[in-house]
Design a protein around this ligand. Structure first.
Ligand code: FES
Ligand code: FES
Length: 176
């Protein structure tokens, strides 16, 4: 085949699909390319850049978002697959009062559980699932729960301490 045949041949049209879903509490209806990963859709088409891309091997967890309340690596999901689902990104995580950080975010900051912050949105989304039982976490449970999230800066200790502390205060509040 000559290069002419390549450049003048028919250009395949990208297959687009209609998607309707809830994003951080708002209804979204749009078309996406069938091959578009959710992480790229969120960052490039919805301008929600708090969800990060840290690898191309589905290992780092920087891209974690919630789909129907469960933390999922959004680089492993097609945007078309969230049709009818409820998606929450780090931008949708709220504190107890308007303008306040969520207690997990506050604890990560106070305990120095972040340095560059690149991993932090994914850590927060994973942590929210870990904490939802309302039970106090042991250090081992927090470490195990974070195995899908890679942090290149902190050595994890302060992240784990922050999560344990939040879980203990949640448990204390429940017992009051
Ligand atoms: Fe998704 Fe690393 S970018 S796991
Ligand atoms: Fe830099 Fe975790 S704070 S990667």
């Amino acid at each position: 085949m000559t290069s002419d045949a390549i450049t003048t041949g028919p250009v395949a049209k990208a297959h687009r699909v209609a998607v309707s879903y809830t994003l951080n509490g708002d209804a979204v209806s749009c078309e996406v390319e069938a091959r578009t990963l959710l992480v790229h859709h969120l960052r490039e088409e919805r301008n929600l850049t708090g969800t990060h891309v840290g690898c191309d091997t589905s290992q780092c967890g920087a891209c974690a978002v919630h789909i129907d309340g469960r933390a999922v690596k959004s680089c492993t999901v097609l945007a078309a697959q969230v049709h009818g689902r409820d998606v929450t990104t780090i931008e949708g995580v709220r504190g107890p009062e308007p303008g306040c950080l969520h207690p997990v975010q506050e604890a990560l900051g106070r305990k120095h559980g972040l340095q560059c912050g690149f991993c932090t949105p994914g850590i927060v989304m994973t942590a929210l699932n870990l904490l939802e039982s309302g039970e106090a976490l042991t250090t081992e449970q927090a470490q195990h729960g974070l195995t899908g999230n890679i942090c290149r800066c902190t050595g994890y200790q302060n992240i784990v301490e922050a999560l344990v502390e939040v879980s203990e205060s949640k448990k204390g509040a429940t017992n009051d």
